[in-house]
Design a protein around this ligand. Structure first.
Ligand code: EPZ
Length: 425
């Protein structure tokens, strides 16, 4: 298994091009199942999770053509679901990536049948899919759990309904939104998640012939259609990748230009960074992030559904707070077990006390390099960022987590002056 080695203590200077969003590309690829015509997606990042979903879609019978090096960063995927040979998503693939459950809504809506393995446990929390199942049942599906599979049937098709989520789940909103585009009549999703990736999916579905109102709000209204057609769509920029490199500049010091990444994509992170003493300036379609020689100031943060502070930046932000002047309370409200980076950061000299869903981070003047590892994607990258600021050498193992969501992380950072390399094993 590959490792990443970092010699810390060098500020970052330069520019980093931000790719298409993993968490937008995954549901968009599943949307290809809704039509027999080809869906063309541009700016799809080259990531392990994208490859896993390609494997899943291919075993359903989706034909996928890949073209490299088009106008913008990323690849172009042409997905054609004209001949579907299987409506079963097997455990072997689903267990590798929970987002596989997003094939459930589209398969059921178009073919009236889907058997999707339950994803099982996950390092960051229990992550049930009850909201996906309850919502599809409201649309008239008959669903039972059998042999570890969600077996969903709607032989006469789905019928529009009012669905009110008790919690704005991102994945459940996406699954229901896709299913409702082919349901009979009107569907209303209340307390829908509002993440930009959902708006991106809705825009693509509209390009495919769907009728959707309320995009960007917590109330989506969908008029079902008999059929959708092919379309072409470019994936939005990855706000988590952009936020991670903004935090890298804040942690290591120096200044970075985030290319193809408008400043508003940083969302709640912008304000938090500014309060901590980091400069964040829009520069046309890009964003400039700078921290001079002074230490950042401790600022509290609490993760919340969008537009709140994103859980997918919590670990990276906590890393920044480990070297802040003063203390910060970092609270995680989305997942019940998303502090696995804490013991690893402690091995690097961080001073963190966990109490239930909050971590009290008391800033130290400097971290010290150490061998570390993590059990999920964002925790892994937070350790890479810690290594950038730490004195001496840090080696991060289990790099496959990083490859699920960050493309060429070591190349992007070394182009800005970091001493970072991948050690193949
Ligand atoms: C999406 O996961 C993202 N994944 C996650 O990104 C992200 O952390 C999360 O949204 C929150 O922003 C993708 O987009 C592919 P949820 P998702 O359904 O859809 C509970 C990353 O690092 N819940 O909004 O699975 C659940 O257990 C990843 O890129 C239920 O109880 O998130 C969790 O506590 C990790 N029942 C909370 O809701 C359900 O049926 C949020 O989950 C569904 C969810």
């Amino acid at each position: 298994m590959d490792k990443i080695r970092i010699q810390g203590g060098r500020p970052l200077h330069g520019s980093i091009r931000i790719g298409g969003a993993k968490n937008a590309a995954l549901p968009l690829m599943c949307a290809a199942l809704l039509t027999e015509e080809p869906l063309v997606l541009d700016r799809v990042p080259r990531l392990a999770d994208i490859r896993t979903l390609k494997t899943l879609l291919a075993q359903h019978g989706v034909e996928i053509a890949i073209a490299e090096g088009i106008e913008i960063e990323g690849q172009r995927l042409t997905l054609s679901a004209a001949d579907i040979s299987s409506t079963t998503a097997p455990y072997d693939i689903v267990r590798k990536m929970r987002a596989s459950v997003l094939v459930l809504g589209p398969l059921l809506a178009r073919f009236g049948t889907a058997d999707v393995s339950l994803p099982g446990g996950c390092a960051i929390g229990t992550r049930p899919v009850n909201l996906h199942i309850d919502g599809l049942q409201k649309l008239g599906a008959e669903i039972e759990i059998d042999g570890g599979y969600i077996r969903a049937r709607a032989p006469k098709g789905l019928t529009g309904a009012v669905i009110r989520f008790p919690f704005p789940s991102v994945g459940a909103t996406e699954n229901l939104l896709m299913a409702a585009t082919l349901a009979r009549g009107e569907t209303i999703i209340e307390n829908a998640a509002r993440e930009p990736e959902i708006a991106d999916l809705a825009h693509c579905l509209i390009a495919m012939g769907a009728e959707i109102d309320g995009i960007g709000t917590d109330r989506l209204r969908i008029q079902g259609k008999e059929k959708l057609h092919g379309a072409r769509h470019a994936v939005i920029a990855d706000r988590i990748e952009g936020g991670t490199y903004a935090l890298a500049a804040a942690i290591a010091g120096g200044d970075i230009e985030l290319l193809d990444f408008p400043a508003q994509y940083l969302g709640a992170l912008s304000d938090t960074l500014r309060r901590a003493g980091v400069e964040v300036e829009p520069n046309g379609g890009s964003t400039h992030v700078r921290r001079g020689n002074s230490r950042v100031i401790g600022v509290d943060a609490m993760t919340e559904p969008y537009p709140g502070f994103p859980t997918d930046l919590q670990a990276q932000y906590m890393t920044l707070m480990t070297i802040a002047e003063g203390a910060a309370l970092v609270t995680e409200t989305i997942f019940e077990n998303r502090f696995m980076h804490v013991p690893e950061l402690a091995r690097m000299g961080a001073n963190i006390t966990i109490h239930h869903a909050s971590a009290l981070v008391r800033g130290v003047p400097a971290l010290k390099g150490a061998p570390v590892m993590a059990t999920d994607l964002r925790a892994s990258v937070s350790l890479v960022l810690a290594g950038l600021a730490a004195e001496g050498e840090t080696v991060v193992s289990r790099v496959y987590h990083l490859d699920r969501g960050y493309e060429r992380v070591e190349e992007k950072l070394s182009a800005c002056g970091a001493l970072i390399e991948r050690l193949a094993e």
